[in-house]
Design a protein around this ligand. Structure first.
Ligand code: PRP
Length: 178
């Protein structure tokens, strides 16, 4: 385990088997379609690449990079699109793949945006759900793990752009970020 982690929350084995289980559920639902699978950079990269490899229907892959300014109940949030999709979503079934849903701001904005652009459907797949932190009325259609409000890193998730490459989800030591 990395020295900056207090403990491992989700092991490589736990991640592999749950991601497979969820991907196979999605696969069944979309088996006659060709969805556009949209990964939200950068946190989703490892989850995304594991998830799509369990899909058996034809898929197209695309990515967005976004950041939020002033998200939260107090200030009025605004989503900043740093990298937009290459493909047109009009009439397409879209699957958004995201590492974590926290306040829900990012996914609420993204779903709204893609529907406004004319997507036929938008489904949200998340690896982690910090359900206690929700401020916006949005739910994942498929989520792998409900987690407590801990500072988690690894399997794509970062702190100051570090730890994304760890193959497990670890809880960061408080001393690292306090
Ligand atoms: C994280 C995560 C989501 C968002 C979730 O992204 O990947 O996009 O925060 O938070 P919310 O539900 O409160 O909106 P982050 O801005 O850390 O960027 P990253 O994916 O590049 O790490």
């Amino acid at each position: 385990m990395h020295k900056d982690c207090e403990r491992i929350m989700l092991t490589e084995d736990q991640l592999r088997s749950r991601v497979k289980e969820v991907a196979l559920q999605v696969d069944k639902v979309y088996k006659d379609k060709c969805p556009l699978v949209v990964g939200i950079l950068k946190g989703s990269i490892i989850f995304y690449s594991d998830f799509i490899r369990f899909l058996t229907m034809p898929v197209e892959l695309d990515f967005m990079a976004v950041s939020s300014y002033g998200s939260g109940a107090v200030s009025s949030g605004k989503l900043n699109i740093k990298k937009d999709l290459d493909r047109d979503v009009k009439g397409r079934d879209v699957i958004i793949v995201e590492d974590i849903i926290d306040s829900g701001f990012t996914l609420a904005c993204l779903k709204d945006l893609l529907l406004k652009r004319g997507a036929a459907s938008v489904c949200i797949v998340t690896l982690l759900d910090k359900f206690e932190r929700r401020e916006y009325d949005i739910k994942s259609d498929y989520n792998c793990f409900l987690i407590e409000n801990e500072f988690v890193v690894g399997y794509g998730l970062d702190y100051n752009e570090q730890y994304r490459h760890l193959p497990y989800i670890g809880i960061l030591k408080r001393s690292v970020y306090e």
